[in-house]
Design a protein around this ligand. Sequence first.
Ligand SMILES: CSC[C@@H](O)[C@@H](O)C(=O)COP(=O)(O)O
Length: 354
Amino acid sequence: MKTLEWRRNELIILDQTKLPAEETYRRCTSWQDVKDAISVLAVRGAPAIGVAAAYGLVLGASELLRRKITDTAVFSAGLATVAAALDAARPTAVNLHWALTRMLKTAEKELAAGKSSAAITLALEREAVTLHAKDIEINRSISAYGAAAIIMQKGAKKLTVLTHCNAGALATADIGTALGVIRALHKRGLIERVYADETRPLLQGARLTVTELKADGIPVTLITDSTAGWVMKTGRVDAVIVGADRITANGDTANKIGTYSVSVLAKEHRIPFYVAAPLSTFDLSMTKGEEIPIEERHHDEVRRLRDVQLALADADVFNPAFDVTPHQNIEAIFTEKGTIEKPSETTVSAFFRT
Ligand SMILES: CSC[C@@H](O)[C@@H](O)C(=O)COP(=O)(O)O
């Protein structure tokens, strides 16, 4: 099962909306196909949507070429329009914006060097492939730093870990961020069990995390979101590890809705709460979590479960897809360049200075 695969001029996306019942793939041959796959969460998870959007822009560039737009200024304006549309598909995960900004910078450089629209398109393809490949190295590095930091804090003993949503291979190009750390600990024989929150309303924990971990032979127990407090209270959890969608300059962290509640529960039970994320998830232009745009999704995601009507069709619903965990609740953030202990404005800025 590969989350994303680039074949010349098409992006093959594993349709995560169908997992675990069906392993089906979406063939994206236009940037609109990619935007649609991101919007419906066929591809999801902050790093994966960044990579998908980068390929989406390559498809956008190819379309401009097919329309014989050879005037490079017009071509570049067309690229900016496609990038803005892809960027708008999901507002909270900053990796999407980060990847598209890098892609547009690549195009600008080529443009400034007097390259043709065809040459710019080739450069964009190279950049997207590089971003994709780099995510693999980044996952490995985050996982190694995370496992080392946890072993330093907890000692080399078997741990039971709770995670929320899916920050695994299905959300990235490789082993994942939070699940990458869990995989690295498991490799050393240090995972007793993982509790996976089901993660209402779209059940990324139940459908994706449980599937991934079971496939790797990692002991995993599925719990409802409302069971998280009880497994902590009854002494079953040693640590919480989650991924992130955007981290502000003071360490406040947006992640899947429900993460904030888990962090409060962890604090109450004195259980360390860790975040694993690449540097592309940091948004240092924002000083604190309150500035992060929170995506609100369709009310039917809560009223219905696929074909089953759970609530009245006209029930009033509030459906934010993400929440923000204050930095005070976070023990450490693991990145590909090292660990930020006790994230705060001071520790985050010191980390980025070095
Ligand atoms: C490495 S993935 C990190 C986050 O993107 C992940 O925890 C998450 O919240 C995903 O939300 P989703 O709405 O499924 O894209």
